[in-house]
Design a binder for this molecule. Structure first.
Ligand code: FAD
Ligand code: AMP
Length: 473
């Protein structure tokens, strides 16, 4: 069997690349090894099965529970006997996942992508060996091959997986609310999953080795986020490097180092969220000719071309942020380039979001990064001054715009607060069109919306905000 394009891996990078290639007139197959309990293929990768989607389903459900128990009475709504039905919450999450993963097979059918079940290994001469889940072996070939095998959670030897020491996947499936929950790593995944279980009633302690909180975020945002999460009851201990975790089957004892000496804590469950690494098990045969760097990422250039002509790699398997939308866009770029188009991805404008409550999001350069390059100006607008945010009881946080001092070009948009992800997305669109702060300030925003905070932050860049009482004169 020969195809124009074969994609290995059916996550958001791979399945999007496959659909796009088919839309561009190629014959396409997408090989995926993941199967469900009934032996049916499950596309969607980490994102749909054990990542973005189930985590957001639980973040949403747990926030509703938290609001019902903590916030609704403030709105004059008195609900008696609020109870958590965790199995039902998990069923809802699983239902969302199944709907979306099975939807991909429908998209493949509609676009003429051939699904192939099995574990694929790239051989020499653009041949691929596939072993399906009953052990049958076949070989297919392709003119172009796109590697998209994704990533896996990092297991650290000091805290090996066990009944009560789990990765993010296990933390999406707890069957009861742990009384005391430890999280190693205050990165995006640690904060999101810590928030879920904290809202459902766990006492959560997050141990983070670094002294800096959210080192990749704007410092002003990181400071406020830390304060707000602490207020919500997330106990985040910075400068706390875990050195051992022992599970005796009932409790997990965690030892960690701080500048004041060694400490130890006991937890019912421990989530290890110290990052992910590229997944290349079985992917590359000895003579595949595809180079891998010292961290295991497949080496690619800016167009996702590997060291082997006609072989591409996209998504978590290659350098750059491990984000679904980054992988999908790389998939599209590669599909278009295979079809002879001159596509490329703007890596400077990939938005990041932490789906806590409130959300944290940013795109482009933060104040510190921009300052190190040239002269800048900033505009900040607090949600406390937004009519819609106040009406919705969501007045924590702010929007911040970083712009070039001379040209007024927007260099970065940062938000912590209601709908921060959507607000930053608007900023990303503006930046993609080369917008200045003035351009955004001249745009009419609906009233009352939380997006008006973006408008006011843009005006604030040039000291023209209307609803800031203490503006600079
Ligand atoms: P994957 O999604 O990992 O897919 C790779 C696929 O390849 C898998 O299905 C695997 O079974 C298959 N495969 C691997 N090897 C082979 C082989 N040899 N043969 C056949 N098939 C193979 N990102 C966001 O953008 N937003 C979020 O909100 C977000 N939340 C997350 C929450 C959690 C808890 C986690 C863990 C991750 C989250 N991510 C989020 C990250 C996101 O899931 C990944 O960036 C994304 O899934 C990467 O896509 P990918 O296609 O490169 O790889
Ligand atoms: P991320 O890569 O965004 O998922 O974040 C993982 C976080 O885990 C980083 O901030 C690391 O500093 C942190 N981390 C890694 N190892 C340890 C450890 N042994 N103890 C505490 N924190 C850790």
């Amino acid at each position: 069997m020969n195809f124009d394009v074969v994609v290995i891996g059916g996550g958001p990078a791979g399945y999007v690349a496959a659909i796009k290639s088919a839309q561009l007139g190629k014959t396409v197959a997408c090989i995926e090894k993941n199967i469900d309990d009934a032996g049916k293929q499950r596309y969607g990768g980490t994102c749909l099965n054990v990542g973005c989607i189930p985590s957001k389903a639980l973040l949403d459900s747990s926030q509703r529970f938290y609001d019902a128990t903590k916030h609704l009475s403030g709105h004059g709504i008195d609900i008696k006997n609020i109870a958590l039905d965790l199995p039902k919450m998990m069923d809802r999450k699983d239902g969302v996942v199944t709907k979306l993963t099975s939807g991909i097979l429908g998209l493949f059918k509609a676009n003429n992508v051939t699904p192939i079940e099995g574990t694929a290994t790239l051989l020499a001469n653009k041949e691929i060996k596939v072993i399906n889940n009953v052990g049958e072996e076949s070989t297919i070939s392709a003119d172009n091959i796109i590697l998209a095998s994704g990533s896996e959670p990092i297991e650290i030897p000091i805290a090996p997986w066990s009944e009560n020491i789990t990765d993010s996947t296990g933390a999406l499936e707890f069957t009861s609310v742990p009384k005391k929950l430890g999280v190693i790593g205050a990165g995006v995944i640690g904060l999101e999953l810590g928030s879920v279980w904290s809202r459902l009633g766990s006492e959560v302690i997050v141990l983070e080795a670094l002294e800096d909180f959210l080192f990749m975020a704007d410092r002003q945002i990181a400071r406020d986020v830390f304060k707000e999460f602490s207020k919500q009851g997330l106990d985040i201990r910075l400068g706390s490097k875990v050195i051992s975790a022992k599970d005796d089957g009932k409790k997990v004892t965690v030892s960690y180092q701080t500048s004041d000496g060694d400490e130890s804590l006991e937890f019912d469950k421990l989530i290890v969220a110290v990052g992910r690494r590229p997944y290349t098990n079985s992917l590359l045969g000895e003579d595949s000719g595809v180079k891998v760097d010292e961290k295991g990422f497949v080496t690619v250039n800016e167009f996702c071309e590997t060291s082997q002509p006609g072989v591409y790699a996209v998504g978590d398997l290659v350098r750059g942020p491990m984000l679904a939308h980054k992988g999908s866009e790389e998939g599209i770029v590669v599909a278009e380039r295979i079809a002879g188009k001159k596509a490329q991805l703007n890596y400077d404008l990939i938005p990041s979001v932490i789906y806590t409550h409130p959300e944290v999001a940013w795109v482009g350069k933060n104040e510190q990064e921009a300052q190190s390059i040239g002269e800048i100006k900033t505009g900040v607008f607090p949600f406390a001054a937004s009519g819609r945010a106040l009406a919705s009881d969501e007045s924590v946080g702010f929007v911040k715009i970083v712009a070039d001092k001379k040209t007024d070009t927007i260099l970065g948009v940062h938000a912590f607060g209601p709908a921060a992800a959507e607000i930053v997305q608007q900023g990303a669109i503006a930046m993609e069109f080369g917008s200045s702060a003035e351009d955004l300030g001249l745009t009419v925003f609906s009233h009352p919306t939380v997006s008006e905070a973006l408008h006011e932050a843009a005006l604030a860049v040039n000291n023209e905000a209307i609803h800031i009482p203490n503006r600079k004169r």
